[in-house]
Design a protein around this ligand. Structure first.
Ligand SMILES: [Zn+2]
Ligand SMILES: [Zn+2]
Length: 150
């Protein structure tokens, strides 16, 4: 169970810009950089992580901008926002329904590939579901291995 099975997607600024334009969003430099980051890193980054990675290139960037932009993208369906742990909001550029595993020891969020089919075929008669969240919590493999060594 590891997020690395999703090969890193590389997107050009033009591709990201046209995604934003199609949604009617003005493609400012921070907006393009933020969306490009979440689409290229399926690591479930927090606002702090995105900010720390992009701040050196965009001197005007603030954490508030990162937070507001990511929330807007989540509301528009461009990425998803995971609230598995209320103190650690994470964002996911892979917006197709998929299950997650959150490690209670290190806080990392992993994708669970084998639940994709169940989630895609699940529907509630009479209702229209726009989002679906399925998650597991526990101790990840790398934390278990560390514990064994102690
Ligand atoms: Zn862990
Ligand atoms: Zn994910």
């Amino acid at each position: 169970m590891h997020c690395n099975h999703y090969s890193k997607k590389v997107m050009t600024e033009q591709e990201v810009t046209s995604i934003l334009k199609n949604k009617g969003i003005c493609p400012t430099r921070p907006r393009v950089a933020i969306l490009k980051y979440v689409y290229e890193h399926f690591t479930h980054p927090t606002v702090d992580e995105v900010y720390t990675q992009l701040a050196p290139e965009i001197s005007t960037l603030s954490k508030t901008t990162v937070y507001n932009t990511l929330r807007m993208y989540a509301e528009m369906g461009l990425c998803s926002m995971l609230t598995i742990n209320e103190r650690q909001l994470v964002f996911d550029g892979n917006y197709k329904p998929h299950a997650h595993f959150m490690c209670k020891t290190c806080g990392r969020v992993y994708d669970v590939p084998n639940a994709d089919e169940i989630m895609q075929n699940f529907s509630i008669p009479g209702h229209q579901a726009d989002e679906m969240h399925l998650y597991y919590k526990g101790t990840c493999q790398s934390c278990l291995l560390k514990q064994e060594r102690i």
